[in-house]
Design a protein around this ligand. Structure first.
Ligand code: TXA
Ligand code: MG
Length: 355
């Protein structure tokens, strides 16, 4: 077991001492978790193959699922990626720092383990002063997947990181809860038109406004598990978050969804199951279940995104057998939220059309 050191840092102006200590750990091949605007990342020197291997081991992550490389200035991108298109340049200018990851053709300088042997590399510039200061002080690009154990929901606080990885990593920079709460959008700009591989913090609508046509990978719109051969992003294949409880997602217009949630609750109670309902502020009053949690108001998808992963972790702690989740509209951040809920449900989706 390692001793995992936790440094509390000011999220706006992180203390130089803590940043320098964390950077020294990264430089010597160690692992440091840090906040970004989306979720916490687990960082290692992206150009040090052994450090990146240790990263996979600490997370128990399959070696075929590459991490995102985090940079703090644009010139780094040109050392890691090749054939950067004008559309990609526009996106970097407009969305960075921010929750958009771009997939480029890679340069041979990037070790194969860092890209899981792919010809492409995923890069982003996070909008978080702690993350930016750490990358700058480390003087290297930082490979960072989400700082959770593989299969758990992404961490939106230092406590979530500690719960999963205490004793497995060297340090955690605790800069408070993350703002966005779902991971970055992953967009492949090595193809034209660009292809959305994972919906996330940067809404699809905004990307289209910037570059015109954006193709959606079939995995994103899919309501079923697709065949392995069709994956373009390795992460698509891995069942992201499988809570201990079975998740049932109910999709449709609100009154019909509410009726169905109640019906399933009653059926589960007849089977002596402990039932959790994942609702919204507008609906949560109406449910009787063992545990009812609200994601936030339907009129505030930002709040729902910020709460989602924390609530899924809380349900696990409350030992429910079933989580019945309401769907929300797939506009803006809603596309990312519904993508995570569909994955968590293992595509157990019930569609209702009338009340
Ligand atoms: O917001 C985020 O993106 C967070 C923070 C820490 O930056 N990071 C994150 O990393 O969510 P991770 O490793 O959990 O997810 C990275 C995703 C995976 O789905 C992976 O398959 C995909 O990016 N990816 C990485 N490299 C790729 C590549 N070369 N081509 C296609 N997809 C890639
Ligand atoms: Mg992840």
């Amino acid at each position: 077991m390692k001793q995992t050191v936790v440094y509390k840092v000011n999220s706006e102006k992180p203390e130089t001492d803590s940043i320098l200590e964390a950077a020294a750990i990264i430089k010597s091949g160690g692992l440091v978790a840090f906040p970004t605007e989306t979720v916490y990342g687990l960082g290692a020197d992206a150009l040090n193959a052994n450090a990146v291997l240790a990263l996979f081991a600490a997370k128990k992550r399959p070696l075929d699922n590459p991490p995102i490389i985090h940079v703090e200035n644009l010139s780094n991108v040109y050392k890691l990626a090749d054939e950067i298109s004008p559309k990609a340049e526009l996106l970097m200018k407009q969305f960075w720092p921010g929750p958009l990851t771009l997939v480029f053709k890679k340069y041979p300088t990037v070790p194969d383990v860092t890209t899981a042997g792919l010809e492409t590399v995923a890069i982003r510039m996070p909008k978080n002063n702690v993350a930016l200061a750490l990358i700058k002080a480390s003087r290297c690009p930082i490979a960072a997947p989400s700082a959770n154990l593989s299969g758990k929901p992404s961490p939106t606080s230092a406590k979530h990181v500690f719960d999963d990885l205490n004793g497995r990593i060297d340090a955690i920079l605790d800069g408070g809860p993350t703002q966005i709460g779902v991971e970055s959008t992953v967009l492949d700009v090595s193809v034209d038109p660009p292809m959305l591989l994972r919906p996330g913090g940067a809404p699809l609508e905004a990307l289209k406004e910037a570059v015109g046509e954006v193709k959606l990978h079939p995995f994103i719109t899919s309501e079923a598990q697709l065949e392995v051969g069709k994956a373009r992003s390795p992460g698509m294949l891995h069942k992201h978050y499988a809570p201990k409880a079975q998740v049932i997602l109910v999709e449709g217009i609100v009154p019909a969804v509410m009726g169905k949630v109640k019906e399933i609750t009653s059926a589960c109670w007849l089977e002596d199951k402990r039932v959790g309902v994942l609702a919204t502020d507008e609906t949560s009053w109406a449910y009787e279940a063992d545990v009812v949690k609200s994601m936030g108001s339907r009129r505030n998808l930002d709040a729902i995104a910020a709460n989602l992963f924390r609530l899924l972790r809380e349900f696990d702690e409350e030992n429910v057998d079933v989580i019945i989740a309401e769907s929300i509209p797939t506009e803006g951040l809603g596309l990312a939220i519904m993508n995570r809920l569909r994955k968590a449900s293992g595509y157990t989706i019930i569609k209702v059309t009338q009340s």
